[in-house]
Design a protein around this ligand. Sequence first.
Ligand SMILES: CC(C)(COP(=O)(O)OP(=O)(O)OC[C@H]1O[C@@H](n2cnc3c(N)ncnc32)[C@H](O)[C@@H]1OP(=O)(O)O)[C@@H](O)C(=O)NCCC(=O)NCCS
Length: 152
Amino acid sequence: MTEPAIFPVPVFSTLCNAAFALRREVFVWEQKVPEEEENDSYDLTATHFVAILAGEVVGTLRLIEQPEHVKIGRVAVRQAFRGRGVAKKLIAAAMAHAHANGQNRFYLTAQSDKLEFYERLGFVAFGPEFSDGGMPHRAMRDYDKATARLVD
Ligand SMILES: CC(C)(COP(=O)(O)OP(=O)(O)OC[C@H]1O[C@@H](n2cnc3c(N)ncnc32)[C@H](O)[C@@H]1OP(=O)(O)O)[C@@H](O)C(=O)NCCC(=O)NCCS
């Protein structure tokens, strides 16, 4: 398969609008996340990434800088393009971009049925399960892994 082109895009841009449309398609229509929870004020300051194949935005995620780490969120790949490594490459590209800016601690909240997906990328779950967008989630991080496991 052709490799996806992956890069950060400004929030007020055609490509970012396509990413927001993809998020709506995946989270609101497919996963039934309440529409009012899908976009939030973090979107204004986050760094948004897109993955493009055949001229189409087929994947997206956002990075939010927080004092203790960078939060990876809203990871979404269009259904027809799943299982081809798009999400894995998106996350690797976004983390490499953050690394280049001196950031090396990453955090996310994963849908509980996606823990294995993120474990393969080096994340470990910690803390109790909680509900977000109507779905069970766990917090995960890729640093202080030994202590992350201990607080379970
Ligand atoms: C989860 C999602 C982003 C994965 O995207 P994708 O492009 O299909 O994932 P990739 O092809 O890059 O998969 C990377 C690896 O994870 C595995 N994987 C993919 N989805 C998985 C899942 N749901 N559970 C466990 N492993 C999974 C793949 O088999 C692959 O393994 P490999 O590296 O050994 O080959 C995509 O299914 C999606 O958009 N789902 C709906 C939105 C969502 O749930 N987002 C995550 C919220 S926490």
